[in-house]
Design a protein around this ligand. Structure first.
Ligand code: ZN
Length: 105
């Protein structure tokens, strides 16, 4: 459900983590407004922290993004060249948790 996520309009600085296992996934510095209603990121905080899987469901060829630690579904990555990295990580805000910069664990 686009536009329903509480993190979509989050402007705070910090780290987005996996909602299930708290592994760090994305930084607020890599977040941008894609206009899709989904939290979108240019790049993963560390490439080993997510796994990319081919998703050919719904008659589409997409790349699914899952947490490398617990396997949770996070969203999809699109290579449409609209960003500086050429990648657009479109993440379901329900799959993410947010850790504010400077906040204790
Ligand atoms: Zn996880």
């Amino acid at each position: 459900m686009p536009f329903s996520g509480k993190l979509c309009y989050n402007k705070e600085k910090g780290i987005y983590t996996c909602a299930a296992c708290k592994q760090e996934l994305f930084s607020s510095d890599e977040k941008f407004e894609s206009g899709t209603g989904w939290p979108s990121f240019y790049e993963v905080i560390s490439s080993g922290n997510v796994q990319l899987l081919k998703d050919d469901s719904h008659f589409m060829h997409r790349i699914e993004v899952v947490c490398s630690n617990c396997g949770s579904h996070l969203g999809h990555v699109f290579e449409d060249g609209s960003t500086s990295t050429g990648k657009r990580y479109c993440i379901n805000s329900l799959s993410l948790d947010f850790k504010k910069k400077g906040e204790k664990e």
